[in-house]
Design a protein around this ligand. Structure first.
Ligand SMILES: [Mg+2]
Length: 319
């Protein structure tokens, strides 16, 4: 008899692939499992609707001493970031709250204040959710957003020749950025509205890992230029045996946007971006190349050498 594989043996990707085989088809669905948000086209609506959900769990996504406002900010920010990655406008957030009986109401109030403050930047509202008792604090967020019909940016639109761009600076988010990041909602909406981005996702597992997802969904390869990758100051401050570049490639929870642009439009994008978002760095970090069946990893070009970026980004479940 075949021994059932365990979660830690297949990683987050393997778990999702397994689950996807056990769900049915829905009506009006343009995109189900496999992107940052599901995309649904309700007949008669001028919009496509976006749905996404994400948990944060004490001890996994935040430590017990995290500021409650930051916990709420992070819980809401993760689903807002997934809506941003589709080019969407966030509208509603629901929270299922799991708390221990000893959790103080003051802490819960501060968590929801942090979430509300972030949501209000885009007039998104928290509409409710359920409350349950559990062994540790957990916040399960569910986000709803919309895009004008036909403008959602999927992970599957990249073509060979497209240029790869990333917002912000990467790495070292564990030093604090993972609790205070600003979801790139305005930037994502602008990229979608101008049809700049041909494929897009938000960086949650790490550049190397998330780029692989984009390659898989678009059936392409990708080359990164090491010198072009924007490294966060925190990635240089981390005091361990890994290089700042390694942190920028592999650390999770940057929540920046990674997207592709047709080569003929790349220079114009950079010019307009600087005017539109002068405080948000934008870096061209590589390009899309044809898929190579013998080489499914992203390639890193550094000092005339080519490195293969194997599965080393942050993956939940992998021991
Ligand atoms: Mg995402």
């Amino acid at each position: 008899m075949r021994k059932a594989r365990l979660v830690h043996e297949v990683g987050e990707r393997g778990v999702i692939q397994c689950l996807a085989r056990h769900v049915g088809a829905g009506r009006f669905v343009l995109r189900g499992i496999g992107d940052d948000s599901a995309v649904v086209r309700v007949p008669g609506s001028p919009y496509d609707w976006l749905f996404t959900t994400d948990p944060i769990i004490q001890g996994v996504h935040f430590l017990p001493d995290a500021r409650p406002e930051h916990i709420g900010h992070k819980a809401a920010g993760r689903v807002l970031s997934d809506i941003a990655a589709m080019g969407g406008e966030p509208l509603y957030v629901f929270f299922n709250l799991v708390a221990t009986p000893e959790t103080s109401l003051d802490v819960l109030a501060r968590i929801y204040d942090g979430a509300t403050r972030l949501c209000q930047r885009w007039q998104a509202a928290i509409l409710g959710g359920d409350v349950a008792r559990g062994p540790r604090l957990e916040l399960h967020a569910f986000g709803v957003g919309r895009v004008p019909q036909g403008t959602a940016v999927l992970r599957s639109g990249a073509r060979p020749g497209d240029r790869l761009f990333v917002t912000g600076r990467l790495g070292g988010s564990i030093l604090g950025h993972h609790l205070t990041f600003q979801p790139r909602v305005d930037e994502g909406r602008w990229l979608a509205a101008g049809r700049w981005a041909t494929a897009m996702l938000d960086l949650s597992d790490g550049l190397a890992s998330d780029l692989r997802r984009l390659m898989e969904e678009s059936h392409v390869g990708a080359e990164l230029v090491a010198e072009a990758i924007p490294i966060a100051r925190a990635a240089r401050r981390l005091d361990d045996h890994q290089s700042p570049l390694h942190h920028a490639l592999c650390d999770g929870e940057d929540f920046e946007l990674l997207f592709t642009v047709r080569p003929t439009r790349a220079a114009r994008l950079v010019r307009l971006w600087r005017k539109k978002f002068p405080r948000v760095p934008l870096s061209e970090i590589g390009r899309i190349v044809p898929a190579d069946p013998r080489q499914r990893d992203p390639v890193l070009l550094q000092g005339g050498q080519r490195w293969r970026l194997t599965e080393q980004g942050y993956e939940h479940f992998v021991k």
